[in-house]
Ligand binder design. Structure first.
Ligand SMILES: C[S@@+](CC[C@H](N)C(=O)[O-])C[C@H]1O[C@@H](n2cnc3c(N)ncnc32)[C@H](O)[C@@H]1O
Length: 251
């Protein structure tokens, strides 16, 4: 957040960053995973020890395990950690934050962050991530966003209030411990129905902290759109996603 933001905005921001745990099971069921190509690009060659930071229910860990690396997860929310444990009983998950990672120095080849860097105190987090990375290790932030170049997706994003972020991503690009950050975008899809896409929207923080009436109004509006829009009305469909990755290398 910028220094110019008010106390009320900061309070809302903080509440949103802590809003996911109350709907952890729904989060696990309805949020997309990440494309394996994006994860491969985020990792340094030969990586074996990878931290999934702000791991939530383990969406990113799913992909890391498919790449056969050793994962340690870090997540501050107890309900998200419990849900993670239900999906990945064999992966260690530690109580910690990006600004205070409970790992020794140089313990990791890579630290990956799915859909969460924008909740961090970015400067403090990058300093802490630099501490736990070995030289040449990588940090990467990944974000799944709707591909709004597709007309129905742009309309859906407008109606649901879930549009692409930008400035929070840009803040990742400078830190003395890291070389210049590189960015790449990967195509991805999320198989949904009108009803399950409404459930996905309901796990986004702006709706998790909204009052009951606003949540109900948004759900009704989005369902009405999805059940009448020709691209989505007929049952199952793929939501086109673009996964943006920002990758930096520890000096
Ligand atoms: C949108 S969820 C993303 C979860 C998971 N990485 C994924 O890709 O689905 C954001 C997560 O960031 C966590 N979080 C919020 N603030 C954090 C912080 N300062 N340090 C670490 N995790 C944080 C939340 O508890 C939540 O689990």
């Amino acid at each position: 957040m910028s220094e110019a933001t008010s106390a009320a905005e900061r309070e809302l921001w903080s509440r949103r960053s802590r809003s996911f745990g109350g709907r952890a099971a729904e989060y696990a069921r309805h949020r997309p995973d990440y494309p394996l190509d994006a994860l491969r690009w985020a990792l340094p060659p030969g990586a074996t020890r990878v931290v999934d930071l702000a791991a939530g229910t383990g969406k990113l860990t799913d992909g890391l395990l498919a790449l056969d690396v050793e994962v340690t997860a870090v997540e501050p929310d107890a309900q998200m950690r419990a849900e993670f444990g239900r999906h990945h009983p064999d992966v260690p998950i530690l109580d910690g934050t990006a600004e205070r990672i409970p790992l020794p120095g140089a313990a990791a080849d890579a630290v990956l962050v799915g859909q969460a860097f924008h909740w961090f105190d970015v400067g403090a987090a990058l300093t802490e991530i630099a501490r736990v990375l070995r030289p040449g290790g990588t940090v990467a932030g990944l974000w799944n966003g709707n591909d709004e170049s597709v007309p129905w997706v742009a309309e859906f994003a407008r109606i649901s209030g879930f549009t692409q972020r930008g400035s929070s991503v840009a803040k990742l690009t400078e830190h003395p411990a890291f070389g210049p950050f590189a960015e790449r975008t990967f195509r991805h899809t999320h198989r949904r129905t009108p009803e399950s896409l409404v459930e996905t929207i309901a796990t986004h923080s702006h709706l998790l902290v909204a009052d009951k009436e606003e949540r109900a109004r948004t759900r009704t509006r989005v369902l009405e759109f999805l059940t009448t829009n020709p691209a989505t009305a007929g049952g199952e469909f793929d939501v086109p996603l673009l996964t943006t990755v920002l990758r930096g290398e520890r000096r």
